[in-house]
Design a protein around this ligand. Structure first.
Ligand SMILES: [Zn+2]
Length: 332
């Protein structure tokens, strides 16, 4: 990609290379940050951001802004926001004097810093993909825009884990269209998540990530490959037949239920509550929640590992089941 697009509508330094080399951020990263600033800065000034903006050097600020930087007073609000998120993306001060003056290519130091940044981002993206795969419900990354309407509530973790359908995991309950770090007391500051981040960025909210890791890290178990217990295999069979569904009950709320067995518990008419057992299967990597079925709710499915355990157990333990063996899992 070229750097010409970076300076759309902004004065370009005449007769020399763009001053991007005063920063270790690549042209692509700068384009992304500027797009974010345009989108996220919002119409209202946030005093927390204003106080937080400290450009590393004037040359660095010029490179980020794409125009000569002449002091904080000359900055517009979106420019301040841009410097703020750029400093978050590049927290280390570039080498003194930068490299713009020498006209040379990026220094080894800058290249190393860039490489480290790219690696850190790649690790974060990989971790997020893994978390998303393991979460029992759909999740996406969304930026919190509420802060722009509430001065003084800016949070550094601007990109949260958003739950379109909500989540129930033990005592942790999140309503639909909320974020993982949502709490009743913070609800006022966590209201506006208009669209998913389209650029594949991982979540930045530490609270969201902490909870997500806790939910998706398998409980410490004995070493070696774990194998589902007999009871877990039974539940896997029910899942294979499509009998396990996460449904909402007016009084009992969301729960994962085995629809072929009723119970006397709350919402038992919808099926026996197997939320905890299903979560254990999820942690084992044997089952996961699928898409929403309008009539039934969120139907659970086997993972490849779950199917494998089920077929080996069916072959390995003939005639041990007290009940007649159930039909083979339907191919999906
Ligand atoms: Zn969050």
């Amino acid at each position: 990609m070229t750097t010409s697009g970076l300076y759309d509508g902004l004065p370009q330094p005449a007769g020399r290379e763009p001053m991007t080399s005063a920063t270790g951020l690549s042209a692509e990263e700068l384009t992304g940050l500027r797009a974010r600033a345009r989108r996220e800065a919002g119409p209202f000034v946030d005093p927390h951001v204003i106080r937080a903006v400290v450009p590393h050097t004037p040359a660095w600020a010029s490179a980020i802004l794409g125009r000569p930087y002449s002091g904080a007073r000359s900055l517009t609000w979106p420019e301040r926001y841009l410097l703020h998120i750029a400093a978050e993306a590049e927290p280390a001060t570039p080498p003194a004097g930068g490299v713009a003056d020498t006209g040379a290519g990026p220094s080894a130091e800058l290249a190393a810093a860039r490489k480290e940044r790219e690696e850190r981002r790649a690790r974060a993206v990989t971790e997020w993909e893994e978390i998303r795969r393991r979460l029992p419900v759909a999740a996406e990354v969304r930026h919190n825009y509420t802060s722009h309407r509430h001065l003084g509530h800016y949070s550094q973790g601007g990109d949260h884990i958003y739950l379109p359908d909500g989540l129930t995991a033990g005592r942790l309950i999140r309503p639909a269209r909320s974020v993982l770090c949502w709490t009743p007391s913070r609800a006022r500051d966590l209201r506006e998540f208009p669209e998913p981040a389209g650029d594949g960025r991982p979540p930045s909210c530490r609270a969201c990530l902490r909870i997500a890791r806790r939910l998706t890290t398998p409980p410490a178990a004995g070493s070696g490959t774990r194998v589902p217990s007999r009871a877990q295999l039974e539940l896997l069979k029910h899942i294979a037949r499509g009998y396990v569904v996460r449904v909402h009950h007016a009084r009992a709320g969301w729960a994962i239920r085995l629809t072929t067995e009723q119970s006397r518990g709350r919402g038992g008419s919808l099926g026996r509550n197997v939320t905890t057992a299903a979560r254990a299967l999820l942690h084992g990597g044997w089952a996961r929640e699928g898409g929403h079925d309008r009539r039934r709710g969120y139907v659970w499915h086997l993972t490849d590992a779950g199917s494998a355990h089920l077929s080996t157990s069916a072959e390995g333990t003939p005639a041990r089941a007290s009940r007649p063996s159930p039909p083979a899992p339907r191919a999906r």
